[in-house]
Design a protein around this ligand. Sequence first.
Ligand code: C5P
Length: 241
Amino acid sequence: MNRIPDVIVALDFPDPETAWELVERLPAGTWYKVGLELFTRAGPPVVERLVSEGRNVFLDLKLHDIPNTVAGAVKSASRLGARLLTVHAAGGESMLRAAAHAAAEYADGDSAGDRTDRLRLLAITVLTSLDDAALSAVIGPGASVEETVGRLAGLARESGIDGAVSSVNECRAIKLACGDEFLVVTPGIRLAGQGTQDQMRVATPATARAAGADYLVVGRTITQSADPAEALERVRAALLD
Ligand code: C5P
């Protein structure tokens, strides 16, 4: 049986106060995803505070720029103490290599540089909001989401990126193509019997684990619950189903 994935709680809030109310209701050691909404509003202090209080941060900034700029942003994220950071695989091989090099260099150069603690990079392949037609409008006629996801995950792997974000449906294929140590982080998680909300495809925690996911990103199931700590426990318990 696959190892038990860690649960990452998505702090999809417009302001740090609301985010903090939730964080304080959850156990220490929990993982949190800080995305564009919260980071653009509240910035690095949110990450620094989470890290200083012993929480693990997945910084979901989906970086996509020239290699030098992305490398600089990766170093800044390392300095903040984030443990996971997203970059767009579509930035190309030299951007991905520059990002991977920056993450490794910072970890090596840091006197406290415990490599198990270093920032690991996750590739974004194709946004799940794109279907074949929308992708074709971006990269050319006849594009296939499935083929592009596989190709970009392979490119990321070859360029030294540590893993990818993917739906549970693609998780197994990515593991088979890129190897078991290539991390896969899967959103779109719902407890059995729960509604899908705006997610097109959802999977239960146990299905994600069976597919080989290393981390599950869970948002509203926990953040909108009357008892978030109990909801987090239910998600963790459901991993053992
Ligand atoms: O509330 P819910 O559990 O659907 O939130 C899922 C989180 O995962 C959100 O932060 C969302 O942005 C993120 N995500 C996603 N689907 C993707 C990529 C990221 O739902 N393909």
